[in-house]
Ligand binder design. Sequence first.
Ligand SMILES: Cc1ncc(COP(=O)(O)O)c(C=O)c1O
Length: 407
Amino acid sequence: MIQKFKTNQEVIENGDKYLYGNHVRMPISMERGEGAYVFDKDGKKYLDFIGGIAVNGLGHCHPAIKKCLQERAETILHCSNYFYNEPAVQTAKLIVENSCFDKVLFANSGAEANEGQIKLARKYAKDHGHPERYVVITMKNSFHGRTLATCTATGQYGVHRYFEPLPTGFRYAEFNNLESVKMLMDEYVCAILTEPVQGEGGVRPASKEFLEGLRKICDENDILLMFDEVQVGSGRTGKLFAHQNYGVEPDTCSMAKALGSGVPIAAVCAKGEATKVLVPGTHGSTFAGGPLACALAATTLDVMLNEGVIDNAAKMGEYFREQMHAVIEKNHPKAVKEIRGLGMINGIELNQPSGQPVVDLCYKDSNVLINNTAGNVLRFVPPLIVGKEEIDIVIKAVDEAMTKLGW
Ligand SMILES: Cc1ncc(COP(=O)(O)O)c(C=O)c1O
């Protein structure tokens, strides 16, 4: 029998008993969502500026997503990659038509898509007459996932610790420092992998010169430029892909998070020569590119591209930064080191060791959900559909929390 729990507290108590303790959870059991709001098991309403960590791009229970799910339940959910399915082709076509890419390879999570990129880069080198090349240069403070290869690709000791021996083949350069990338270049390097905006690393946008410089290094050495847009792709930055803000085209790019509106799906997008590398027998997945996840991805992309969602992310992101700047400047100038972001991924770097006290006060006093990343950076990754009204509520909550803390 499936037990029904009655209260928020009951779910939490049973959760602490039965769920593996690898995540730190807030004491809220999410029951349902509506637009930019979520409700806990007791019916308490919260404004959601975490958005499933940048997953709920269209907000919760978007009508088009509901309709798509209902249709899928009555057609087909899974059929394996022995066959074609229409939603996979539709999703790939939408991505290709709205980007620099020529082909799309599906995966199930951000980490898995990045594994795909790493494998692709190593084989690309072999295919191009360089069997000695296997090293991928990544950036310090990056985040690329939790599998062994992607946690090693991640330039953070805290993510590597306890899992040694780690796979070989990764070197770490300074983000936004072209010289430090050049110093790591030698005959063994097959690719450079970076996020155009570091998310988990503290919401740090790359400079245009940095990405342009990486493109040049890759072109000069016939190695791949690979972007990780797991967090900042899918409309988050006010363009479908974050790199479209920079005018720099990678050879491959991963996406995940908001692509499926909450159902696991990820993709490696590839252009030119990079589309020819992963031939049958080299890479694949049972679930990837299945009709359920792809139907949701096609619907998500269609709504994002054709109903002004991505444009809204660009406009509201600017509004967020302007308003937040004004309030912080006026009331808490000493507490904040920097406010930064691109579109609807924004961060406040604090002059404090941790942002957690602000996160806690925001949800306890104002029913506003935000999170803290990279130690002391408040991160705001709401649904891309939010308007000025929701942004004003969040700014007020942060302002009041900082005032209460005496910051
Ligand atoms: C930039 C980036 N890459 C990869 C990942 C890993 O994605 P997933 O958790 O879907 O494996 C994340 C997750 O936060 C991410 O932000």
